[in-house]
Write a protein that binds this ligand. Structure first.
Ligand code: FE2
Length: 388
């Protein structure tokens, strides 16, 4: 048995931002909360949205200070603010962190006990207030998924909270919102999306829904990520990345990520390496370890990822996919683990904490031993840039 979950309504294409008017006029909220972050606000990306809200005389509060790495304490503070202002609709404009915060707030309003303990089983029982996600990055797929990630500072741990009530009700994919994304973020968030599609495809939860969206996500992302990295104004490449990241996000509501994301968690929790960057560092190494058990899947995906495969023999395709991932992350200038101050002495800590992410490791197509996990971190520290 498998199922796929979608947002209620998704708007895409030219000038889709203007559809916010239709959404608000349909739902008639009393007071809207517009959440964003300083980077998005400085780029002027909120001007058109706020202009529309003013034009239709909508009542709204703004907060453009959403934290980059939201913690459980931030959730608590924001939830109080929403209660004070009697908010009954949320519009999130930003990357994964902004959208994740809006998702948890949309259910915090209707589930007041949630704030006491986000991790309490069954804490999210009631549907959310209406929430609109307007992504400004093309990566996390947060606009499509049912989960949100928060930092527990005392535990040096990032925890994923999952509820289908957190899938945004409305998604607006307007490419104009992603045009200003700097190259390094274009690369790391884009590879995060690539991870979602590829990991979901090889997960033990893989299914026909996921495989259809994953193939198209990989075709869109792999054909466009370098173009968008090199020329941020390439409209077609940006459109492909935006759609590819959304499709990859849909894959996660029907399948799952696997060992790349599992090994990434401790790098985010303790060393505060951005989610997309740690995934991008790990991706080729984890897939190299998986190659022996994923030969069929990598062969199927090769035409979507590599484009023209006519010069390969069929049996060469699985390794060509792995080699492509090493080359791609090199060309996208993904930083090395050493550059974040991680040293060989940290490897036992990383390994211990990766092993705890059983939820994802158990879905990896290959059972990874402690030695294999440790080996991946060791190679990440010592082998970057090595010829393959
Ligand atoms: Fe991710």
């Amino acid at each position: 048995m498998y199922q796929i979950k979608f947002p209620k309504k998704v708007y895409s294409g030219k000038d889709s931002l203007s559809q916010i008017k239709e959404i608000i006029e349909g739902r008639r909220p009393e007071n809207i909360f517009v959440l964003s972050d300083p980077g998005v606000a400085q780029n002027g990306l909120l001007d058109d949205l706020l202009g529309i809200l003013d034009e239709i005389s909508a009542s709204y509060q703004t907060d453009f200070e959403a934290p980059k790495e939201p913690s459980v304490y931030d959730v608590e503070a924001y939830a109080k603010k929403l209660e004070e202002h009697r908010i009954d609709m949320i519009i999130a404009v930003g990357g994964g962190s902004v959208i994740d915060m809006a998702k948890i707030l949309s259910v915090a309003v209707t589930n007041p006990d949630l704030i006491k303990d986000l991790r309490a089983p069954g804490a999210i029982r009631n549907p959310s207030i209406p929430m609109v996600a307007i992504p400004t990055t093309s990566g996390t797929g947060a606009e499509a998924t049912a989960n949100a990630i928060f930092l527990y500072p005392e535990e040096d741990l990032k925890v994923g909270i999952i509820s289908e009530f957190m899938i945004p009700d409305y998604v607006i994919l307007d490419v104009r919102m992603t045009m200003g994304l700097p190259p390094a973020l274009t690369a790391s968030t884009g590879v995060d999306a690539l991870c979602h599609a590829l990991e979901a495809y090889i997960s033990t939860l893989s299914n026909p829904f996921c495989r259809m969206f994953a193939k198209e996500a990989l075709r869109l992302i792999c054909s466009s990520i370098e173009k968008a990295f090199l020329d941020g104004k390439d409209l077609k490449a940006r459109e492909n990345m935006q759609l590819g990241a959304f499709y990859a996000g849909l894959c996660l509501t029907t399948s799952s990520t696997v060992a790349v994301h599992a090994l990434s968690y401790p790098l985010g929790g303790k060393y505060h390496i951005a989610h997309g960057v740690s995934n991008a560092m790990l991706l080729p190494y984890v897939m190299e370890v998986n190659e022996a058990v994923c030969r069929k899947e990598f062969t199927e995906l090769a035409p979507y990822m590599l484009g023209d495969i006519s010069h390969f023999k069929r049996e060469e395709l699985p390794h060509a996919v792995v080699r492509y991932l090493f080359d791609l992350t090199e060309r996208l200038q993904i930083p090395s683990l050493n550059s974040f101050g991680v040293s060989p002495a940290d490897i036992p800590y990383l390994t211990d904490n990766a092993i705890k992410v059983e939820r994802l490791l158990l879905k990896n197509p290959k059972e990874l031993s402690r030695e294999e996990i440790q080996g991946i971190y060791e190679r990440l520290l010592t082998e970057k840039g090595k010829e393959r």
